[in-house]
Design a protein around this ligand. Structure first.
Ligand code: URA
Length: 432
């Protein structure tokens, strides 16, 4: 079998066999198939799609491309959560500590930024010293000892996804239901948890632009997870507007800390509590209403904040950051973006806000790019707000002031202001 034959078969729209998919995934994992062929394969899948069988085989092949963590030595129902990617989505930093503080173990493997969306690993690495490259043993020990670990795909977990993910990020091959489902579920199943809550985002800032697409992706992932014997539930959540006000790695850590201290933006709190409650419910803590109360209590009594500090300490980071977020990287340049006319903000498209944050240095344009942890945007106004001409809409943070004009250009394009107040969709748009 040759990589070229598999690429051509998919390019021609034919169904691949399990053997062909295994061959290709193994070849990529072992570096026997070059990046350019892997990229061509991804583009062929992007345009031609995969059916349910192929998606399942791809997931299984990626799952078995590396180690599978065995968490069976840890008592209780071990839980995990994954977002399909959004802008300003820092919920993992909030939910992990909440759920662990309520006594349900959280074992979470996260990714880096993808396209215009941010990644939890990049966010955590903004904390000085924080290690995301845990070995499988360290990962398991942390879950056992403190009930919480958030790590990157190291220790040889789903290495095929790691390779495909980095290539998809820079080849325009992200937004495909099968590729997203296989990427997420291979990681989730490799993580060895019993229960998984999926946060499937929809809207301009998400990869799934419509609720229907989001439901199709959610359905596919839930089916794969349940087929593997896991408790899985999916929430469809709003991503036309960013979650919270901060976009960019260190800025998002600061905002997550605020929420863990009982402050922070309402939308971020609402989505975080809802996802945490669903994890607690799958973790056997009672019905959803009761679990919402438990999650809120963990914030109000400070136990979630303490768990966050414990996780930082355990993963080698500077725990003083939690009490004093000014220890996080801070950009030397701050510039205001001001409104050109008065009115109500109808929309600030999340995708463009993500792209502007990337232009300020918060993300990657090529595989080897390094990111500026301090770069990003803090919104002063958001969708639905009234704004007067000349008022600041956002503050841009960057280490390179030559990037500001390009970012403002993108931001201008994201904004729709009109005379009438905007209607807003609810934050939770459905369950699967
Ligand atoms: N998150 C992932 O882990 N993979 C994707 O493909 C998209 C979001």
């Amino acid at each position: 079998m040759h990589a070229l034959d598999v690429i051509v078969k998919k390019r021609n729209g034919e169904k691949l066999t399990r053997k062909e998919i295994d061959f290709f995934v193994q070849g990529v994992t072992r570096d026997e198939i070059a990046d350019y062929q892997a990229a061509a394969f991804l583009m062929a899948v992007y345009f031609r799609g995969m059916d349910d069988d192929e998606t399942l085989w791809l997931t299984q092949s990626m799952l078995h491309s590396g180690d599978v963590v065995d968490l069976s030595c840890i008592p209780g129902i071990k839980t995990d959560k994954h977002s399909t990617g959004g802008v300003g989505d820092k919920t993992t930093l909030i939910i992990g500590p909440i759920v662990a503080a309520c006594g349900v173990p959280v074992a979470k493997m996260s990714g880096r930024g993808l396209g215009h969306t941010g990644g939890t690993i990049d966010k955590l690495e903004a904390i000085p010293g924080f290690r995301t490259n845990l070995t499988a043993q360290e990962f398991t020990e942390n879950v056992r000892d403190i009930g919480l670990a958030v790590a990157g795909q190291t220790g040889n977990l789903a290495p095929a996804d790691k390779k495909f993910y980095a290539l998809r990020d820079v080849t325009g091959t992200i937004e495909n239901v099968s590729l997203i489902a296989a990427s997420i579920m291979s990681k989730k199943l490799a993580c060895g948890t019993d229960a998984i809550v999926l946060d499937v985002k929809t809207g301009s800032g998400a990869f799934m632009k419509t609720v229907e697409q989001a439901k199709a992706l959610a359905g596919k992932m839930v089916e794969i997870g349940r087929g593997a014997g896991k408790r899985v539930t999916a929430l469809i959540t709003e991503m036309d507007r960013p979650l919270g006000l901060a976009i960019g790695n260190a800025l998002e850590v600061m905002e997550a800390i605020k929420v863990l201290k009982g402050q922070g933006p309402e939308d971020l709190k609402e989505v975080s509590i809802e996802l945490a409650a669903n994890m607690l419910m799958l973790g056997g803590k009672g019905d959803l209403e009761h679990c919402r109360k438990l999650a809120l209590q963990a914030v109000s009594n400070g136990s979630a904040f303490n768990k966050f500090t414990q996780m930082i300490l355990r993963q080698g980071g500077d725990p003083a950051v939690a009490e004093d977020p000014s220890r996080l990287p801070w950009a030397p340049v701050q510039a205001e973006w001001r409104a050109e006319k008065a009115g109500y903000i109808q929309s600030m498209q999340a995708e463009k806000l993500g792209a502007a944050s990337l232009a300020l240095g918060a993300g990657r344009k090529t595989k080897s790019d390094s990111i500026d942890p301090a770069a990003g945007i803090v919104l002063v106004k958001t969708t639905g707000d009234r704004v007067e001409a000349g008022e600041p809409l956002a503050v841009l943070h960057t280490s390179d002031k030559t990037r500001v004009d390009a970012a403002i250009e993108i931001l201008r394009d994201s904004l729709l202001v009109s005379d009438e107040p905007a209607e807003q969709r609810p934050l939770i748009l459905g369950f699967v």
